[in-house]
Design a protein. Structure first.
Ligand SMILES: [Zn+2]
Length: 436
């Protein structure tokens, strides 16, 4: 595999344990792995990127999305969550085909490459075709088939078979960038048997278990009415919590539920933009989660409830939401928010030793940002770079996106996909879904 030298970056935001920001520094990647970080390298490489004027940061981790839903972008805004689902999203989803999911996924991958995301966690249907799109795009994907049994045993067996088939498909693919994940949709759509089966399958195969938990107040109210306990208390009681769990949303949790998640070693994918847009009302209690030792990543959720897959926007909204909610500007500082979308996101997926920071031995997943754009100026030095990334940067500043040492975008030109072709095919697929 060729080597790549990123040289003379204005700043490298390493996100290592000391959270070092290195001035005028270089990174050398060989065989997909970072082998040098620091001053100008004397080594030569097969390919070089002159990163003067650029800020290098670890590729962003989007810890929760449904990437094929990019085809529904803009179709169902300003609606109540139940109306949104029942009147718009579910009827459209029923019409999805292998092909529409594939082109939706390609569109999402193009958007992620162009906005600095290098790893994402997905849950959806027709997942073989999502995997195909991810393979072509060059991104890293943790992909789960969304299991919904609606408490029907025959449906549960079918969904378990579908999951096993997708597991075998990912294994046969043998692509180290694509990992299988379990995807029981939520405790209100999956039976106890299915939740426990998924937990067992995840543990046996070293996979994460991607699930929606406590997104809305109604979900919690219904749970209390039906089970006499709250959602996380129920999961604890039936033994479904585990360290493999990546729980999306968690917007309506009590302190004791936070404690139960922490005790189990579960991680959380916080989706502030989607939660605000759908007016789920509750705000995930991040400070309490941090105090309890829960690892939290950041997610966009789908482009039909966000409406983008833009992690820069999500970082800024995340910081602002918690400050506004707590009446406290010191809550969630810029460094912590950047952590959520890089190293903490990687840890939430169980791959904190592989990605999430720019360090020797980690995979070469790196994003270069134009540090001399008007919205990034002036430069006040090392102390404000992280603030600039969270509060001032936008996805339009992303210049170069690298995954595993492969350059997926350079000078804003995507190399791994033909964006114009992806756009026209996705447009066609979206129109076909709406018209049929
Ligand atoms: Zn979701």
């Amino acid at each position: 595999m060729p080597s790549l030298l990123i040289k003379n970056a204005d700043w490298i935001v390493t996100q290592n344990a000391k959270r070092e920001v290195l001035p005028n520094a270089s990174v050398l990647i060989r065989d997909g792995v970072i082998i040098e970080v620091g001053k100008a390298s004397t080594c030569s490489a097969d390919d070089e990127i002159d990163a003067r004027g650029k800020i290098a940061l670890p590729g962003l981790v989007n810890a929760h999305t449904h990437v094929s839903m990019t085809l529904f972008r803009g179709l169902a805004d300003d609606m109540l969550l139940q109306d949104w689902l029942q009147k718009k999203i579910w009827p459209l989803e029923a019409k999805h085909t292998d092909e529409t999911c594939y082109f939706g996924a390609l569109l999402g991958c193009a958007e992620m490459i162009m906005s600095g995301t290098t790893t994402f966690v997905d849950m959806y249907f027709h997942m073989e075709h999502v995997a195909q799109a991810v393979a072509e795009s060059g991104l890293r994907g943790f992909l789960s088939y969304g299991v919904i049994d609606l408490f029907d045993q025959a449906k549960a067996r079918l969904e378990q078979d579908n999951t096993r088939k997708f597991f075998e498909y990912v294994q046969a693919l043998g692509n180290p960038r694509i990992r299988f994940a379990l995807g029981p949709h939520a405790p209100y759509t999956c039976s106890e048997d299915t939740l426990l089966w998924a937990k067992d399958f995840a543990e046996k195969n070293g996979a994460i278990l991607h699930i929606h938990i406590a997104e809305t107040r109604r979900e919690q109210a219904d749970f209390q009415r039906q089970h006499g306990m709250r959602v996380v208390e129920y999961l604890d009681k039936i033994g479904a919590l585990s360290k493999n769990m990546l729980a999306a949303h968690c917007s309506w949790l009590t302190k004791s539920e936070v404690g139960l998640l922490a005790k189990a070693g579960a991680s959380v994918a916080h989706c502030p933009v989607s939660n605000m847009k759908l007016a789920t009302g509750g705000v995930a209690p991040l400070p309490e989660m941090f105090d309890a030792g829960i690892v939290v990543g950041l997610g966009t959720d789908s482009a039909s409830s966000n409406n983008t897959l833009d992690m820069f926007e999500t970082m800024k909204v995340c910081a602002l939401l918690h400050k506004a909610h707590r009446w406290d500007p010191t809550v969630l500082n810029a460094q912590k928010v950047l952590d959520l979308s890089t190293i903490d996101g990687a840890r939430a997926l169980g791959v904190g030793g592989e990605i999430g920071s720019i360090e020797v031995g980690k995979r070469g997943d790196i994003v270069l940002l134009d540090g001399r754009a008007p919205n990034m100026m002036p430069v006040h030095g090392r102390g404000t770079i992280v603030s600039d990334l969270v509060y001032s940067a936008s996805s339009g500043n992303v210049d170069t996106t690298i995954v595993n040492g492969d350059v997926l975008m350079r000078n804003r030109q995507v190399k791994s996909l033909s964006v114009s072709e992806v756009l026209s095919k996705a447009q066609e697929a979206a129109l076909q879904l709406v018209a049929s």
